[in-house]
Design a protein around this ligand. Structure first.
Ligand SMILES: CC(C)(COP(=O)(O)OP(=O)(O)OC[C@H]1O[C@@H](n2cnc3c(N)ncnc32)[C@H](O)[C@@H]1OP(=O)(O)O)[C@@H](O)C(=O)NCCC(=O)NCCS
Length: 294
């Protein structure tokens, strides 16, 4: 499998028309850039002024370029050198290029830039809770959820909640290894997860499973892991960590485990243990209704 790669370079005035064409509504503006930078309707003048204001400053505005030399994405990296962190913002992929792995490639290039080139310790960002694709991109490169900023933006459908996520340099250098054939679940797993839960006696449609996966992706203390074989999902486990009360530290609990074969169940439990240990929790407890069910 080839890994998609994008190259970052400074955004230029000549890129602004292309960038402008990617933002086609007030909601899209907030979703892309939050509430602080621009006003709707966005126009060329605002983008050019913003470029001038940030030239040579701590906020780097970057264009992501593909193999053919086309600007395919955009991201900003707002660096605090003293505290060695950066706020990542304005993540975008050209609308006609979305859904093919470029968002994840853009984030890979961004974290590499932040840690390897800028020598930072922490990268942080905010993403709205409904933004399935963006959350999957961030989780895919190792970001974890830290918290929820409630009602932080007023969109056309009402208030939106923001998730705060971060990635620390030691976790970038030593990423969570879940084991052979196990990975964090993403939006594309909704069908398979629905099927596994239904087989385990908990009937689920695709939409219900997708909503559950999104809700769990927004949980700071939890993860859904899936096992794969030959490109097919063969099992899933939902695990969470919780603070101990009778002693210091954290423990972890399997909330749901659905898999047809004992080998897959064992692999998922091993992966859940690794996830828990990576998050500083010891002693994985099983309390799964789907438990041995499937
Ligand atoms: C967020 C964004 C950058 C993602 O880019 P992308 O190229 O579509 O991302 P990828 O193709 O790498 O997909 C990442 C994940 O999202 C999933 N995904 C992509 N598009 C999706 C969609 N429309 N619905 C549900 N999931 C989707 C993919 O399946 C993938 O999940 P997986 O790793 O489990 O397979 C892009 O959608 C975008 O520019 N959105 C508008 C601006 C925005 O919201 N920016 C984020 C600000 S915080």
């Amino acid at each position: 499998m080839t890994t998609l790669a994008l190259t970052l370079r400074p955004l230029q005035a000549a890129d602004c028309d292309r960038l402008l064409s990617w933002i086609d509504s007030e909601d899209a503006l907030y979703q892309w850039s939050g509430t602080q930078s621009f006003t709707w309707p966005l126009d060329h003048g605002q983008l050019l002024r913003d470029l001038e204001v940030h030239a040579g400053g701590p906020r780097q505005l970057l264009a992501a370029i593909d193999d053919a030399g086309e600007m395919t994405g955009h991201v900003s990296v707002d660096v605090n050198r003293h505290h060695r962190f950066a706020n990542i913002g304005r993540v975008a992929i050209a609308p006609d290029r979305r859904g093919g792995g470029l968002g994840t490639a853009l984030m890979r290039a961004t974290v590499q830039h932040g840690f390897d080139e800028l020598g930072l310790h922490r990268l942080q960002l905010t993403v709205y809770t409904f933004n399935t694709a963006a959350i999957a991109c961030y989780r895919g490169v190792g970001f974890v959820v830290e918290g929820l900023a409630r009602d932080s933006t007023r969109g056309s459908t009402g208030y939106w909640d923001g998730l705060t996520m971060s990635l620390l340099e030691p976790d970038y250098r030593r990423p969570l290894a879940l084991g052979e054939g196990v990975r964090i679940a993403g939006p594309r797993d909704a069908d398979a997860v629905a099927g596994l839960l239904a087989e385990a006696g908990y009937p689920h449609g695709r939409d219900a499973a997708a909503a559950r996966l999104l809700a769990w992706a927004a949980e700071a203390q939890a993860a859904v892991l899936v096992a794969e074989a030959g490109g097919a999902v063969t099992g899933c486990v939902a695990v969470c960590r919780l603070p101990c009360f009778e002693r210091p530290g954290w423990s972890a609990r399997v909330v749901s485990l659905a898999a047809g074969h004992s080998e897959v169940r064992d692999r998922l439990l091993e992966a859940a243990t690794r996830w828990a240990e990576h998050r500083g929790a010891a002693g994985l407890k099983l309390s799964s209704p789907a438990g041995s069910g499937a």
